[in-house]
Ligand binder design. Structure first.
Ligand SMILES: [Zn+2]
Length: 92
């Protein structure tokens, strides 16, 4: 037979998020990119098994996406509609 007792456990939770791009404080409910990627053996810029982590606010995500030579595809999750990140480009 087991008996149980109450135990208070300390837990780490996210308190603040700061955009790596512009240093703006982001609330945890704001739209943001939480990027985490571990590079592999063929990585020439970062190195094998180097993990890269950063957070970006919506404005910095938009600025980054606008630099892409091939526009990112944006999907309206409500309408399942795919369109280009550049409204002047072909809507394919
Ligand atoms: Zn930012």
């Amino acid at each position: 037979m087991k008996t149980f007792k109450k135990q208070t456990k300390e837990e780490m939770v996210v308190d603040t998020v700061t955009c790596n791009g512009c240093c703006k404080a982001i609330t945890i409910y704001d739209d943001r990119l939480e990027f985490e990627y571990t590079f592999g053996y063929n990585s020439e810029k970062f190195g094998d098994m180097i993990e890269c982590r950063f957070d970006l606010c919506e404005e910095c995500i938009y600025s980054l996406v606008e630099t892409f030579k091939i526009p990112a595809k944006l999907v309206d999750r409500d309408e399942c509609y795919v369109f280009s990140s550049r409204v002047t480009d072909d809507q394919s």
